[in-house]
Design a protein around this ligand. Structure first.
Ligand SMILES: [Zn+2]
Length: 212
């Protein structure tokens, strides 16, 4: 992929032939990139075990193109507060939203414990990139766990948005939701439907996922 293309997307200038931003157009370009051998060198991450929409989401996260409050304020959008929508303790940067926010941290701890992995030190998008590279090359189950991480990140973003668009008492209720079971459910559903090698039953999936 042309490195300049990443900058174009981040600044919101990716256009199709008619001059409109198009997720379909972006998907096609990313898939073309994925099918070439250049993708590993360029750091384009893709998992065939999750839907395309999740891969597009991860690409946007890794390129800091998701509309967190801090990202939008840097583009000139004025907010009453830049505080995190869930904890209201710190500015909502991508790193805070997905990693250092106490809500995200609790979810990640459950994911590490589920996969019997010593908690890695992930506090930023950059650290996530390094973990992805490590997992993809070091373990036979790495590509499965990688897909689980993708689903976790996607769940965190959906969780955040569900609070953002909630009203009244629903805001508190949604903040207190536990999304761990949803990550287990969606990752199993998507991964097992895309790989014949991962046909575990639910009980094994939740108890010893590294032995599919
Ligand atoms: Zn927070």
């Amino acid at each position: 992929m042309d490195p300049g293309y990443l900058g174009n997307f981040v600044s919101g200038r990716v256009r199709d032939k008619k001059g409109y931003f198009s997720v379909k157009h972006l998907t096609r370009l990313l898939m073309e990139s994925h099918s070439s051998r250049e993708d590993a060198e360029d750091g384009v991450f893709w998992s065939n075990l999750v839907p395309k929409k999740i891969n597009i989401f991860i690409w946007r996260l890794l390129n800091r193109a998701l509309p967190t409050r801090l990202t939008l304020s840097k583009r000139g959008i004025v907010f009453h507060s830049l505080d995190c929508i869930r904890c209201e303790q710190e500015v909502e940067s991508p790193d805070h939203c997905f990693f250092s926010c106490s809500s995200s941290n609790i979810l990640w701890k459950k994911i590490w414990a589920w996969w019997d992995i010593k908690s890695p030190c992930i506090s930023s998008v950059s650290a996530l990139k390094r973990l992805i590279q490590h997992l993809g090359s070091q373990h036979h189950w790495g590509h499965i766990f990688l897909a689980v991480c993708f689903v976790t990140l996607w769940s965190i973003w959906n969780w955040r948005n569900s609070i953002l668009f909630a009203e009244g008492e629903d805001i508190i209720k949604r903040k207190l939701e536990d999304h761990f079971a949803k990550v287990q459910t969606f990752s199993k559903l998507w991964i097992s439907s895309r790989s014949h090698k991962v046909q575990v039953n639910w009980s094994n999936w939740v108890s010893s996922p590294r032995k599919p």
